[in-house]
Design a protein around this ligand. Structure first.
Ligand code: PMP
Length: 359
C-alpha cells in the first residue's frame, strides 16, 4: 500500500524559505559578515553579567509575562504595560500580528522590495500579499499603498527606515497616509532600524500610535542593541491589539537570558547611543565614499546601504566576497551592505571602487 504524506495546508506550497545573510566562511578569504544588518559591537556593558547569571536557571521556564522587561519598556517609552507585547524577535511579533488580523481571503499590503519576511509570514497566515512597488527613489509609495486598500485589507506594513533600501517616509506624508487608512485596518510601523535615523522629519512611531488605535509599532533588540542572537522584539499598540498579541504569543517564547539581557541593554543607554553614533558616522562615511566613486545610492537612515545593481548584482557580491566581505545580494535587483567594523567597511569600499572601474 502506498504511503501518503501527512496533509499540510495548501498555502505552504511555493512559499520560499527565509534566506539568512551568509556568514563569513571559516578559514576562507572572507573576514567580515556585512550581510545581516547585525551590530558589530559586543554586548553592551552589564549584559554579559546578566546573561551569565540567567544561565544558572536554565532548568526553569522564563517569566511568561516578561514582567521586568515590560516594566522597563513601559518606563523607557512612556507607554502603559497593557500596550506592550514581546516576542521572539520582532519577526515573531509580526507573525502574531498577522495571526490576530489576517487569514484566507484577507489582504495584507506592504511595499516591495521591503523586509523579505513579509511575503513569507503573510502567506503562512493564508492571507493574500499585496505588494506595492517602491517609487523611483526606492521610497514607499504611500499614495499607491493607500489606493491598494480594499474591503479585504486587514493589515499594512510600513517599514521605516525600509529594509533593504534604508529609505524613510517622513512625518507629513505618513500622517496623511494614516488619515486615509480606514480605522479597522491595522497599520504596522516596523521600526527595526529606528535608532539609526538622523532625519528629524521622520516621525517616531511611538508618538504616532498614541492617538491612533489602528497603529502598532514594532521594535527590536536585534539591531542597535546588538542582541540579534537572543531573539527579543516587541510591539507597542493599543488594546485590544496588544492584548491579542499577548494571547497568541508562543508561551515562554522569550528566554530568561533574552529578557534579562534586554533589560540590561536598556539600562546601558549612554553606551548604546555612543555606539549607534559611531555606526551612523561610519554609515555616512560609506555613503559618501560610494557617492564619491560615482554610485547612485539612495539616502539611508539605517545601518546599511543599498546599491541597485540590476543584472550585475551577483557579480558584485562575488567581487566583494573575493575582497573579504560577505554582502547580501537580491539577484537581479541590488545589494544590501551592512555597516560593520571600520576595516570591513574599508574593504567593501575598495571592492566597490575596483568593480566600478571595470564597468
Ligand atoms: N523588521 C525588519 C525591517 C528587519 O529588517 C528585521 C531583521 N532583518 C526584522 C524586522 C526582524 O528582526 P528580529 O526578528 O531580529 O527582531
Amino acid at each position: 500500500m502506498s504511503q501518503k504524506s501527512p496533509k499540510l495546508r495548501a498555502v505552504l506550497d511555493g512559499i520560499p524559505a527565509y534566506v539568512p545573510g551568509r556568514p563569513a566562511a571559516a578559514g576562507g578569504p572572507v573576514a567580515y559578515k556585512l550581510s545581516s544588518n547585525e551590530n558589530p559591537y559586543p554586548p553592551l556593558p552589564g549584559v554579559m553579567e546578566s546573561a551569565i547569571a540567567a544561565a544558572g536557571t536554565f532548568n526553569r521556564y522564563p517569566d511568561l509575562a516578561c514582567t521586568a522587561l515590560m516594566n522597563e519598556l513601559a518606563e523607557r517609552f512612556g507607554v502603559p504595560v497593557s500596550h506592550l507585547a514581546t516576542g521572539t524577535g520582532s519577526v515573531g511579533v509580526a507573525q502574531s500580528l498577522l495571526q490576530i488580523t489576517s487569514g484566507p481571503g484577507d489582504e495584507v499590503i506592504y511595499a516591495w522590495r521591503s523586509f523579505e519576511a513579509y511575503p513569507i509570514i503573510t502567506r503562512i497566515s493564508g492571507a493574500t500579499p499585496v505588494q506595492v512597488p517602491l517609487d523611483s527613489g526606492d521610497v514607499h509609495d504611500l499614495d499607491a499603498m493607500a489606493a491598494a486598500i480594499t474591503e479585504r485589507t486587514r493589515m499594512i506594513f510600513v517599514c521605516n527606515p525600509n529594509n533593504p533600501t534604508g529609505t524613510v517616509v517622513r512625518r507629513a506624508e505618513l500622517e496623511r497616509f494614516l488619515d486615509r487608512v480606514p480605522s479597522d485596518v491595522l497599520v504596522v510601523l516596523d521600526e527595526a532600524y529606528r535608532e539609526f535615523n538622523r532625519d528629524t522629519d521622520v516621525p517616531d512611531g511611538i508618538e504616532l500610535y498614541r492617538d491612533r488605535p489602528n497603529v502598532a509599532v514594532l521594535r527590536t533588540f536585534s539591531k542597535a542593541y546588538g542582541l540579534a542572537g537572543l531573539r527579543v522584539g516587541f510591539a507597542v499598540a493599543h488594546e485590544p491589539v496588544a492584548a491579542a498579541l499577548r494571547k497568541t504569543a508562543v508561551p515562554f517564547g522569550v528566554s530568561q537570558l533574552g529578557q534579562d539581557a534586554a533589560v540590561a541593554s536598556l539600562r546601558a543607554e549612554d553606551e548604546l547611543w555612543g555606539r549607534v553614533g559611531s555606526l551612523v558616522t561610519e554609515r555616512n562615511r560609506v555613503y559618501e565614499g560610494l557617492v564619491g566613486q560615482g554610485w547612485t545610492v539612495p539616502e539611508t537612515q539605517a545601518n546599511f546601504v543599498w546599491l541597485r545593481l540590476g543584472g550585475r548584482t551577483v557579480d558584485f557580491a562575488a567581487a566583494c566576497e573575493k575582497a573579504g566581505v560577505v554582502v547580501r545580494p537580491f539577484a537581479g535587483e541590488g545589494v544590501r551592505v551592512t555597516i560593520g567594523e571600520t576595516e570591513g567597511n574599508d574593504l567593501f569600499l575598495q571592492a566597490a571602487a575596483a568593480f566600478r572601474k571595470e564597468l
